[in-house]
Design a protein around this ligand. Structure first.
Ligand code: PRT
Ligand code: ZN
Length: 226
């Protein structure tokens, strides 16, 4: 079990696409901080809220293990975590507390841009390169398609050219990366944006009150932006 903590701990991306906007959002909630020497933590000065700077992929697990209380992460990462837990026969533990409206992208299936798209059945028997095998697997099942996910943790879009896969299922924002690799998006399996991920259950040791305060400020900050 996690050690008792009186301060709220928020996991955010250390760098990458969501790190800077996450810090800006928390700053707009009135949070100020000082950096730990190892640059792992940002210690809150104005509120009992500390930030932990990590890889985005680690955020759901850190919350699930009670190391952090909430996190700012893409829905794509959160959904994959939930489906992975489900596959292990464990109950869903995390939910979206808030949708943030930025960091938007789609998880799309993309095929050779010279091919015609006739529908999900076209993927039957194909190898599909992806970093999101559970999310893809659910979609394939919903469409009664039997295909083979090939799990890659980066450079998914080059897999067809390398002969590792026939098609890809990857995150898309502008579509430029797909185009540069002679691929075209043909169907969307998840619409994503940055979200506040938190446990379904109430937090202990007074941290729920801190979380509620932070969420109230966040709602104010999000409303101001509209
Ligand atoms: O180091 P760490 O593991 O923390 O970072 P990361 O490299 O795994 O993640 P990062 O920073 O690239 O993305 C963090 C989150 O941003 C993702 O989980 C998504 O929720 C969100 N996001 C939004 C995106 C994109 N847009 C996006 N375009 N994540 C990745 N991409 C990729 C896309 O797959 C493509 O390869 O960016 C490339 C360019 O996209 P196009 O379509 O604009 O060419
Ligand atoms: Zn990552």
């Amino acid at each position: 079990p996690a050690q008792p903590r009186e301060r709220l701990r928020v996991a955010i991306q250390k760098s990458g696409r969501l790190g800077e906007p996450a810090r800006e959002l928390l700053a707009s909630c009135g949070l100020t901080w000082r950096e730990s020497r190892d640059k792992l933590f940002l210690y809150g000065e104005s509120l009992p809220v500390d930030l932990l700077l990590v890889r985005d992929d680690d955020i759901p697990g850190l919350i699930a293990d009670g190391v952090c209380d909430v996190g700012i992460v893409g829905r794509n990462v959160l959904v994959e975590h939930g489906l992975e837990r489900e596959a292990q026969g464990r109950p869903a533990d995390l939910t979206e507390w808030r949708q943030l409206g930025w960091g938007t992208c789609r998880l799309d299936v993309a095929i050779d841009d010279a091919e015609e798209w006739t529908g999900p059945q076209q993927l039957e028997g194909l190898r599909i390169a992806t970093s999101y095998p559970r999310t893809l697997g659910r979609w394939l099942q919903e469409h009664s398609v039997d295909a083979e996910p090939v799990v890659l943790n980066g450079s998914v879009e080059i897999a067809p050219r390398l002969g590792q896969a026939d098609v890809v299922c990857d995150l898309v924002s502008t579509g430029g990366t797909l185009r540069a690799n002679q691929l075209k998006p043909v169907t969307t399996i998840l619409h994503s944006e940055a979200v506040i991920a938190g446990p379904s259950a109430t937090l202990d040791d007074g941290r729920q009150e801190i979380a509620d305060l932070l969420m109230r400020r966040l709602d104010g900050a999000l409303q101001l932006k509209e």
